[in-house]
Structure formats: C-alpha cells, structure tokens
Ligand binder design. Structure first.
Ligand code: NAD
Ligand code: UDP
Length: 316
C-alpha cells in the first residue's frame, strides 16, 4: 500500500513511518518541520519506498494514496501554545484538507486525537462515551477544542461523504525521539536527571498520568487503521492504563538515572488535568490490543536515547 503519514518527522510519526516501511509499504512523510526533525527520519531516507514532502497541512495537497495517518499537530503544551491560532488552523483546516483528500482518492484515514478531549475529567478512568470537561476559552483550548473539532469533522465526513475513518484518542506517549526541550514531563525529568539538575514538579505532583511506550502506541494505531468492524469509526482510546502520580514518575526517573531524588516545586499550569487513565476495554475488544511495555522498561530505553544525545552534545 501507499501510505501518507502527516507529521511523519515528529516523535510518533517517525516511529510509525519506520514500522510501515518495515512491513513493506510505500510511505510518504509529509511535514512542515515545526516540531519534527530531519534526524528523526534520516535513517529512512535511503529506503526507495520512503518519500518526504515539506508541506503544511493547512494548505491542500493532492496525492494518490491508500491510507492516511493524520498526525500533523504539535503535541506538547509549550509548542501548541506557541502559536495557538496556528494550532487551531492545523487541527481544523489540516483535518479538512486530509479528509478532502481521503474523499477524493477513496483512502482510509486515521486521525490522531487525544485524551485532552476529556479535559480535566470527572469520570475516571476515561471511557470513550464520556463527553469530557474542557475549558473552551483557556490556554489549552487551541489544542483540546481543535482536536474535538477534528473528531467532529471525521464523524461528519464519515456520515455525509462515506469516508472510511478511524479516530485514535491517544494518551500520554513517550519514548526515543521526543524533543528534549518540548516541556513534556517524561523528557523534562530524564534530561534534568541526566544533567544532575533538580526535577521540576508542577503543583504538588499528586496529579496523575498514564504513560504508554511509543512502540505499543504505534502497534495500536496500525491495528486500528486495519481493523474492520461495524462501530470502528467511533473513537478508540489508545494508552497504557498504568497510572502514576507525577511525583512517582520523578522518583522512578531519578532512580533509573542513578540519581538521588531532588525536586523543585513549580506552579501548576492553568487547566492542568488532575487525573488521567484510559479505559482500554474497547481497544482490547476491537483490536485485541493492550500495551506490553512496562513503565520501567520504556523509561530505560528512553533514558538510553537521551543519555546518548547529551553525551554527543558534550563531546561536540
Ligand atoms: P510531535 O510534535 O513530535 O509531532 C508532530 C509533527 O507534526 C511534527 O513533525 C511537526 O513538525 C508536524 N506538524 C505540526 N504542524 C504541522 C502542519 N501544520 N503541517 C505539517 N506538519 C505539521 O508530536 P507527537 O508527540 O509525535 O504527536 C503526533 C500526534 O499525536 C499529534 O497529532 C498529537 O496531537 C497526537 N498525540 C500525541 C500524544 C503524545 O503523548 N505524544 C498524545 C495525544 C495525542
Ligand atoms: N509536569 C511537571 N513537570 C514538568 C513538565 C510537566 O510536573 O517539567 C506535569 C504537568 O503539569 C502535567 C504532567 O506533568 O501535570 C504531564 O505533563 P505533559 O506536558 O507531559 O502532558 P499533558 O499535561 O499534556 O498530559
């Protein structure tokens, strides 16, 4: 198959491109390189089945493809809040453009949605039928509401134009190729611990998140894209149900980096969700999927990646 991955030079996108190439597909990686990096896909460049297009999804594009994974969108609060209007445009106009393309060439399309559609959830763990608790006018809204509109567009193109759609509600994902400066908690803590700095815990550190290793997530995305079922067009949570407080994460990262736990408490960002854990019953039933990489093992792999980068930086 010929498969388009928008946001393919980013963290999750580059792992997805790699997996799809390994499965023998032709892969077109489309990216505007806002948070993506050429070095994430450098090792794929020599593959004749791999192609890169520098393009912004806010602008239409015509390509002949069989499947589209629409991942283009900055994912970390620091980056999606850098230019919030652009974040909304990417989610709304970008998704319309990709759905228009899917409709025209009859491609199947999967939208990378997010657990942020649940906002600061009042239902725990979060099931797909929960409508969420999102502030529509806060600093996170450009991302949360942008992704909610993207889901609406997916459902409307499906109902109105019979486009073959899939919606993945992705929960916090981590692994090699995260940006060290994008402000997400796993990369922040690892980089801080490796540099011997204090770990910046926002708020009391009692808020929870559930962290999924990137290989597990990519497996879930591919299964969702390729599964046929009557209600498969409705959203599916993809995440690891193991739930940890941010304080627990700090302790685990410090321990695995061989450091004593030194924490600096910083103000909690506005609208920061207090708890988050996916109910993955639907993914288990429809896709036969559940994560297999425990937090400790995933963190060890991620620490090795960052240690190598920091070491290279030091030597340069
Ligand atoms: P990332 O920032 O590493 O990757 C996003 C990619 O999209 C980057 O390569 C960036 O350059 C590209 N991009 C951004 N705007 C674009 C535009 N207008 N046109 C073309 N390319 C554009 O983030 P990620 O963690 O790999 O996230 C990938 C997708 O998964 C995003 O849609 C994100 O919302 C979603 N998601 C991620 C997580 C997570 O924990 N990582 C959780 C929930 C949802
Ligand atoms: N966080 C933290 N220290 C950091 C970065 C983040 O305590 O250096 C907290 C943040 O306030 C949130 C959690 O960790 O409660 C996860 O943050 P992240 O930005 O990784 O993801 P999101 O909030 O989008 O789930």
């Amino acid at each position: 198959m010929r498969i388009l991955v928008t946001g393919g030079a980013g963290f999750i996108g580059s792992h997805l491109c790699e997996r799809l190439l390994n499965e023998g597909h032709e892969v077109i990686c489309l990216d505007n390189f806002f948070t993506g990096r050429k070095e994430n896909i450098y090792h794929l460049m020599s593959n004749p089945r791999f192609e890169v297009i520098r393009h912004d999804v806010v602008q239409p594009i015509l390509l002949e493809v069989d499947q589209i994974y629409n991942l283009a969108c900055p994912a970390s609060p620091v980056h999606y809040q850098y230019n919030p209007v652009k974040t909304v445009k990417t989610n709304v106009m970008g998704t319309i453009n990709m759905l228009g393309l899917a409709k025209r060439v009859k491609a199947r399309i999967l939208q990378a949605s997010t657990s942020e559609v649940y906002g600061d959830p009042q239902v725990h763990p979060q099931t797909e039928d929960y409508w969420g608790n999102v502030n529509p006018i806060g600093v996170r809204s450009c991302y949360d509401e942008g992704k909610r509109v993207a889901e609406t567009l997916m459902m409307d193109y499906h109902r109105q134009n019979k486009v073959d759609t899939r919606i993945a509600r992705i929960f916090n994902t981590y692994g090699p190729r995260m940006l060290e400066n994008d402000g997400r908690v796993v990369s922040n803590f690892i980089v801080q611990a490796l540099r011997g700095e204090e770990l910046t815990v926002y708020g009391s550190g009692a808020q929870t998140r559930s962290f999924c290793y990137v290989d597990d997530l990519v497996e879930g995305l591919i299964r969702l894209m390729n599964t046929e079922a009557e209600d498969i067009h409705l959203p599916v949570n993809l995440g690891n149900p193991g739930e940890f407080t941010i304080r627990e994460l700090a302790e685990e990262v410090a321990r695995l980096c061989g450091r004593e736990v030194r924490v600096r408490y910083c103000p909690l960002p506005q609208d920061d969700p207090r708890q988050r854990r996916p109910d993955i019953t639907r993914a288990e039933r429809l896709l036969g999927w559940r994560p297999t990489v425990p937090l400790r093992e995933g963190l060890q792999k991620t620490i090795a990646y960052f240690a190598e980068r920091i070491d290279r930086e030091r030597r340069a």
